[in-house]
Design a protein around this ligand. Structure first.
Ligand code: NAD
Ligand code: UDP
Length: 312
């Protein structure tokens, strides 16, 4: 059945793919975004569609609309962007959650929170399971994001316990693909943009830290499958690709796939950069029958082609 669906952060990387997916399924989608890191170009293909509407709005202010479902994605996700104005980042996570939960309460909408693997901080449990409470520095440069997202999870569960809200919380692990901004600053887009320009590939630290990279199409399927679960299944639920790579391996792979002469150079490791990260997705497999299908090589190929087209 066609639903009215609100997507905050809908002009961003993940949000715009989610808008495409839900409009294609026949839903009426309202994209809410303040364009801090999002771009109109990401949603240009939907602008003439009568099932799609855009609202320039900052989620730190209340929002009054009618809606059946809310996907709350608004928040800068790249360290350089979320550290640019850390107070606003915390406000976006915390006030944004309060405002969207208030909206969900008023109109009795189901609401999904885009949480993050960053709630596990620099983890001692590996791979990370949902039961792990994490190891997060509360006063460091990443805290505005990590603690903001942790507080948002707290608010989601308190609204559920206190007001019986129909909540869903997914913890997203590093996701990449077309429509990441050229200046996004996260590792996959940085390395691809650098490789295509023949510039140095900037590895932070010695490149032995690990991450697990999920292709965007898999992630969007995970979001939609989670939203469709029965009331009472709240998560938190990990979504990500359990294939784990060192940042050094990623750099080599991208250099070889781009066929570039770029050299790998080493920069200082940013403070509190997690040593390792890999999702345990047993719960997502069991509850959603979901697992990623796209191999890193195939996803990188699509992403490299996207950035090549942008450069043309
Ligand atoms: P993104 O930066 O491309 O998208 C975020 C969007 O939110 C942008 O369009 C931005 O303009 C918008 N936004 C920021 N502050 C806002 C505000 N106050 N009001 C309204 N809109 C605002 O990042 P993304 O990768 O698409 O991430 C989307 C969500 O998923 C974020 O909540 C992020 O924390 C979460 N997440 C993403 C990843 C990932 O690897 N991509 C990993 C973990 C969590
Ligand atoms: N990184 C890197 N070079 C870059 C950008 C990032 O070596 O140009 C490293 C970063 O230090 C981290 C990993 O890649 O260890 C992933 O960084 P990203 O910002 O993509 O995400 P997060 O740290 O939030 O997982």
């Amino acid at each position: 059945m066609s639903q009215h669906i609100t997507i905050t952060g809908g002009a961003g990387f993940l949000g715009s793919h989610l808008c495409d997916h839900l409009v294609a399924q026949g839903h009426d989608v309202l994209c809410v975004d303040n364009y801090f890191t999002g771009q109109r170009a990401n949603i240009r293909q939907l602008l003439g569609n009568s099932h799609f509407e855009v609202l320039r709005h900052d989620v730190t202010f209340p929002l009054y609309v009618e809606t059946d479902q809310i996907y709350n994605l608004a928040c800068p996700a790249s360290p350089i962007h979320y550290q640019f104005d850390p107070v606003q980042t915390t406000k976006t996570s915390v006030h944004g959650a309060i405002n969207m939960l208030g909206l969900a309460k008023r109109v009795k909408a189901r609401i999904l929170q885009a949480s993050t693997s960053e709630v596990y901080g620099d983890p001692e449990v590996h791979p990370q399971v949902e039961e792990y409470w994490g190891r997060v520095n509360p006063i460091g440069p990443r805290s505005c994001y990590d603690e903001g997202k942790r507080c948002a999870e707290t608010l989601f569960f308190d609204y559920q316990r206190q007001h019986d809200l129909d909540i869903k919380v997914v913890r997203i692990f590093n996701t990449y693909g077309p429509r990441m901004a050229e200046n996004d600053g996260r590792v996959v887009s940085n390395f691809i943009v650098q490789a295509l320009k023949g510039e140095d590939i900037t590895v932070y630290g010695d490149g032995t830290q690990t991450r697990s990279f999920c292709y965007v199409d898999d992630m969007i399927e995970g979001f939609v499958a989670m939203m469709a679960t029965e009331k009472g299944f709240t998560g938190p639920l990990n979504l990500g690709n359990p294939g784990e790579y060192t940042i050094g391996e990623l750099a080599e792979t991208i250099v070889s796939m781009c066929g570039t002469r770029s050299r790998v150079v080493y920069h200082p490791l940013p403070q509190d950069d997690p040593r390792q990260r890999c999702p345990d997705i047993t719960l997502a497999r069991e509850k959603l029958g979901w697992e990623p299908k796209v191999q890193l090589h195939d996803g990188l190929k699509e992403t490299i082609e996207y950035f090549r087209r942008l450069a043309d």
